[in-house]
Design a protein around this ligand. Structure first.
Ligand SMILES: [Zn+2]
Length: 297
């Protein structure tokens, strides 16, 4: 049997946000963001890798030096809205205002080529798909904002598997899911990665790479923070079970992730992937592809 030469592309991203902004009296808790982002930057340097940092504008404003360091190291900067309000709390108009403000902040800090978007809480669904028109107007080329499965929070199971070119303009790249009828979750991302036994995540990652599909992965500073105080996290509906999971297996998380990467993994910022593999592709029928079906090399 011939050995697969398909590139093992890993689109690794950090949602740059400070959980303290989102909980009552949050600033009474310890400041953890700079140290944890430092851990991620060390990880990326070790792999000589570039990633995408989706920035919350009002956090970026407070950490100017850190943001400039991230830019100076050559990582991609994307938008994660100005104040991390999920899209279902926005109107189309208020979302546009928020995004213009976010872009202004990021440009002021030196970010150029900001063309990628991630919705807070992956809150882009059929009900909030008006967001694509705003993204198009503001010059975005891709989004990685859809939980393409049933979810306790925001999910869009009808979105379909794979990538989609929305309105002929914006590529939607949902975080990669474990395609299992019982557990269809983003196996290489955040709380879901921490929850799954490592062997399952590793198998799922190998499976994607074998098919020539990229793995789209996201984490937050809190995902690796074993010293953060306990409090009820925002966005978990005040559920003690979900909140327990928010803190579950943070210690050693990045080591576990690192250990499951194949030696020849290729880290790639989202925008580089879109430019290399997707730009110029014309879709005619159902507008949904897995990249391996469309790209021969
Ligand atoms: Zn977020």
């Amino acid at each position: 049997m011939e050995k697969s030469q398909k590139p093992k592309n890993l689109l690794f991203s950090i949602d740059f946000e400070d959980i303290r902004y989102l909980v009552p009296d949050g600033f009474n808790y310890k400041e953890r963001l700079p140290d944890m982002i430092g851990v991620f930057l060390d990880f990326l340097r070790r792999h000589e890798a570039k990633a995408t940092f989706f920035m919350v504008g009002n956090v970026a404003e407070r950490y100017e030096v850190l943001v400039k360091d991230i830019i100076a190291e050559g990582h991609e900067i994307g938008c994660h809205t100005y104040d991390h309000k999920p899209l279902n709390f926005h109107t189309k108009q208020s979302f546009r205002v928020d995004m213009e403000k976010n872009l202004e902040v990021l440009h002021k800090l030196g970010a150029t080529n900001v063309h990628g978007f991630r919705a807070p809480g992956l809150s882009l669904t059929a009900a909030t798909s008006w967001a694509y028109e705003v993204l198009e107007d503001l010059g975005f080329t891709y989004s990685s904002s859809v939980m393409a499965t049933q979810s306790a929070f925001h999910g869009w199971p009808e979105f379909g598997k794979g990538f989609k070119l929305v309105n002929d303009k914006i590529w939607e790249l949902p975080p990669t899911l474990l395609h299992n009828p019982v557990l269809s979750i983003p196996f290489a991302s955040s709380v879901y990665f921490r929850f799954l036994p490592g062997l399952i995540s590793k198998w799922a990652m190998q499976n994607s790479f074998r098919k020539g599909e990229p793995v789209i992965s996201y984490f937050h500073s809190f995902d690796i923070d074993s010293e953060q105080e306990r409090f009820m996290h925002p966005g978990v509906n005040n559920s003690f079970v979900y909140n327990f999971l928010m803190y579950y297996r943070r210690r050693g998380m990045l080591n576990r992730f690192e250990n499951m990467l194949p030696k020849d993994v290729v880290f790639m910022p989202h925008n580089a992937y879109v430019e290399k593999y997707l730009a110029g592709i014309k879709l005619e029928t159902d507008n949904v592809i897995y990249p391996s079906y469309a790209v021969s090399t």
